[in-house]
Design a protein around this ligand. Structure first.
Ligand SMILES: Nc1ncnc2c1ncn2[C@@H]1O[C@H](COP(=O)(O)OP(=O)(O)OP(=O)(O)O)[C@@H](O)[C@H]1O
Length: 251
């Protein structure tokens, strides 16, 4: 089966400084992949690359013909501007832009879809609340409701279970499993290794570069985790492009 995602020697970074480098590998259609690694390992950077927010400094990400409307990206909740004066209803409704466009009106059918998505994540009655008034767990539920509406082939979740209680995690992991059951491709950046072991068949262990990638049980070894920690500690954030990326100097 053709890959859903192909990373071809991908380097991503900021201001020409690489943050993730030389990533090669493939994600099969319908795969459920955890991306783990220490703080600063490059997980969010990789996901910004997948979502098309960050262009690779070198290499390429091949999305198997998907365009941006086929990708649902759930950013870390710290990246959401909670002071922006928008209601939960309108925020979740932005998940329908794929079908309505940003300036399309919201008819009865769209309204029902938004209310159903809110109900599916346990946010009945929250539609008129400003997003800035939500608790951390309610914010995550709202972000999941928007992903539900996006109906995307590829779903990219950046730390979706951070700082939320066990009940909210359980409800939201059930949604992830549902998307997996529907054949969508799902990648999630996670820190909770227990959750990874219990729910994610495949894991990419990232430490600026790939440390290990494959079946979760094979990747989550103490040796691999130690290597990842050391690689992140040794990484120089101010480094310029890798020697391998620079054009050869004239003799
Ligand atoms: N907007 C930015 N501008 C410059 N550097 C950035 C930016 N975002 C991230 N970085 C740097 O890129 C590197 C990788 O960060 P990234 O956020 O991708 O890691 P992460 O694995 O998601 O970390 P965490 O687990 O802490 O969320 C870090 O050194 C970080 O400081």
């Amino acid at each position: 089966m053709a890959a859903q995602i192909k990373f071809r020697n991908v380097t991503l970074g900021y201001d020409r400084h690489p943050a993730v480098h030389h990533l090669n590998g493939e994600v099969a259609p319908g795969a459920l992949v955890a991306v783990i690694g220490p703080n600063g390992a490059g997980k969010s950077t990789l996901f910004r690359g997948l979502a098309g927010i960050l262009k690779p400094l070198s290499g390429a990400i091949d999305l198997g013909g998907l365009d941006s409307r086929d990708i649902a990206y759930l950013p870390q909740s710290v990246d959401i501007d909670r002071s922006f004066p928008i209601s939960v209803f309108d925020f979740v409704g932005s998940g329908l832009w794929r079908s309505t466009g940003p300036f399309g009106g919201i008819g009865k059918a769209a309204r029902d879809k938004i209310l159903a998505a809110l109900a599916a994540v346990g946010l009945n009655g929250f539609e008129n609340r400003a997003i800035g008034t939500l608790s951390g767990g309610q914010m995550q539920r709202m972000l999941f409701a928007r992903v539900l509406l996006q109906d995307a082939r590829l779903i990219v979740l950046d730390e979706p279970f951070n700082a939320i209680d066990a009940k909210t995690s359980a409800d939201l992991i059930a949604l992830v499993r549902r998307w997996h059951g529907e054949g969508r491709t799902v990648l999630a950046a996670l820190h909770d290794l227990e959750m990874v072991r219990n729910h994610f068949p495949e894991t990419l262990l990232l430490a600026r570069g790939p440390v290990a990638w494959g079946p979760t049980g094979d990747v989550l070894t103490p040796e691999n985790l130690l290597v990842a920690m050391k690689m992140c500690e040794a990484f120089d954030d101010s480094a310029a492009a890798c020697a391998a990326d620079r054009p050869p100097r004239a003799a």
